[in-house]
Structures are given as structure tokens and as C-alpha cells.
Design a protein around this ligand. Structure first.
Ligand SMILES: C[S@@+](CC[C@H](N)C(=O)[O-])C[C@H]1O[C@@H](n2cnc3c(N)ncnc32)[C@H](O)[C@@H]1O
Length: 274
């Protein structure tokens, strides 16, 4: 499959990210807010693992997440868009609850919106410990008309998500895109908290999509993550590394990734007692 982001998403990136960086008075001589592309990607954004709420030199937390979005987010959008296209081709989904863990600037929300039709309706819950990430996420989510029917909520961790709707049977999609490389992550605790939140949503089917770099050290928490999901009643449907093709016919490049898909079926029976 060769993936190309939809026009509205390219336009959103250009207006809210690319032009914001290029028009900034600090971006002189081809620099990005005063630093080179490599410094922005590796040092300021820490390859995606920075503590984004700390300033870096003269750059503020909001500058840091803007540079993350400029240098790193696009590849993640492309991978997730490709994954959702494949997933929904055989498994259409109606009004899902989308929980994006370590959401960054709404990456999973924008990708899924691009694959759920013209005016998608879903609940989006973006969880990220960085308030600067959540701020940019809201800016990106509020701008396109494509997202106007999407109900949004942002939280710093899973236990702060508030869910007021009665438990029901809606499908849930959990996105875990490049979160596992984080050195601060306790995968077993994360899945325990996730399972509590899923119980508040109800008893609908749950799909967990995991994406990451294929580099071994960034996946060191995967066995623990996967084991905790299996323990919580999930089935592992796919666990592989692969490449997706990106671009237009004029120039296609490929991007390697590690991905996994877990699924827990809709539950009909009530668990009573032990
Ligand atoms: C590499 S970025 C990925 C962002 C987004 N998922 C994407 O694909 O563009 C990792 C994100 O996870 C967040 N993060 C790291 N550890 C976290 C934790 N323990 N709880 C919540 N968010 C965390 C970071 O703030 C950062 O925004």
C-alpha cells in the first residue's frame, strides 16, 4: 500500500506547523526557530522522548512541541493512517471511542479522522503527560472542519480521564504510537489503569494498535505491555515489523515500523463474583 495524507491534513500541517516555524523571526538562514533540523529532531525533541514541558535553552515548551510536530509527527501520521485504512477495510467501525495514549499533538486523532469518512463522529480522548503537547493537540484538532463532530477530551494520565456517559457497547480503539520507548513508562501499571477505564466505557469490542520504531531498545517494554494485555483478556492478532510506502507516484519512499494489533471481543456475559 502507498499512503498519501489527505489534502485537509496536509493543509492543516502547512498552516499550523510548517508556516508557524518558517515565519518565526528566529528561523533565519534556513534554521528552525534558530536551530538546525538535526538539533531540532535529536536534541530539542529528543527523538520524541524529551520532557517537553521543560524549556530547552531559549526555546519554550511550546517551541519544543512545535519542532516535534515539524520534524517527527508527519511519519507517525502516515503510519497510523495506513494502519487504519487497512484495519477499517475489513472491519468498519461506527462511532468509536478513541483513546490515544501518549497522544502528542493529537497524532492518532487526526490519523483516524482521515480514515472515518468526510464528517467522522467519535469521542477522542488524548492522554499525554506534557501540557504543551495537549495544547498543540487542541490547536490542531479545533482547526479543520473534518474534526468538527469529534468530541474531545485531554488528560495528563489515564486516571484523570473523566467519563460521564453510561457504560455501553461502543467499540473502543486504543492507540499506542511511539509511547513505549518512553523511559518513564510502567507498562503493567498502564494496562491496569487502561482496563479500569475500559470498564467505565462498557463492554464493547476493544482494539489496541501499537506502533513504534523497529529498533530493539525502543521496544524493550513490549513483552511486558503485551503480557499485561493478554492477562486482561486481549488476543494478539499481529506482531511484526514491516515497511509502508509513502508519497505520490512521482516519488515513493518507504518507512520501516514495528506494529502490533490486539483485540478483545465484545463481552455479552456479566462477570458476577469470582
Ligand atoms: C514519541 S511521542 C509520540 C506522540 C504521538 N503518539 C505520535 O505518534 O506522534 C511520545 C509522547 O508520549 C508522552 N509520554 C511519555 N511518557 C508518558 C507517560 N508516562 N504518560 C503519558 N504520556 C507520556 C510524551 O509527552 C510524548 O508526547
Amino acid at each position: 500500500m502507498i499512503i498519501e495524507l489527505p489534502r485537509w491534513l496536509e493543509d492543516l500541517r502547512n498552516t499550523e506547523i510548517v508556516q508557524q516555524v518558517r515565519d518565526d523571526p528566529r528561523s533565519v538562514g534556513g534554521s528552525l526557530l534558530g536551530v538546525s533540523f538535526d538539533v531540532a529532531r535529536i536534541e530539542v525533541a529528543g527523538g520524541g522522548q524529551a520532557n517537553f514541558d521543560e524549556p530547552w535553552g531559549d526555546l519554550s515548551p511550546d517551541d519544543r512541541v512545535l519542532l516535534y510536530a515539524y520534524c517527527i509527527q508527519k511519519g507517525h501520521l502516515e503510519e497510523l493512517t495506513a494502519a487504519f485504512r487497512m484495519l477499517f477495510a475489513n472491519n468498519p467501525v461506527n462511532k468509536p471511542i478513541v483513546l490515544d495514549l501518549g497522544c502528542g499533538p493529537c497524532t492518532g486523532g487526526l490519523a483516524i479522522a482521515s480514515e472515518l469518512g468526510d464528517q467522522p463522529r467519535f469521542d477522542y480522548i488524548g492522554v499525554d503527560k506534557s501540557s504543551a503537547m495537549r495544547r498543540l493537540g487542541e490547536r490542531l484538532a479545533v482547526a479543520p472542519t473534518q474534526m468538527s463532530e469529534v468530541r474531545r477530551q485531554w488528560a495528563r494520565d489515564i486516571s484523570s480521564v473523566s467519563w460521564q456517559q453510561a457504560p455501553g457497547w461502543r467499540p473502543v480503539i486504543v492507540i499506542v504510537s511511539y509511547l513505549l520507548a518512553s523511559p518513564t513508562l510502567d507498562a503493567t501499571k498502564l494496562i491496569g489503569q487502561l482496563d479500569c477505564l475500559l470498564a467505565k466505557f462498557g463492554r464493547g469490542p476493544v482494539t489496541v494498535l501499537f506502533t513504534n520504531s523497529p529498533q530493539a531498545h525502543t521496544n524493550r517494554s513490549f513483552p511486558e505491555f503485551s503480557g499485561a494485555l493478554l492477562e486482561a483478556g486481549f488476543r494478539l492478532c499481529a506482531d511484526d515489523t514491516g515497511r509502508i510506502g509513502i508519497g505520490r507516484m512521482s516519488g515513493v519512499r518507504t518507512r520501516p515500523l514495528r506494529y502490533a494489533l490486539f483485540h478483545r471481543r465484545l463481552r455479552h456475559t456479566l462477570a458476577l463474583g469470582d
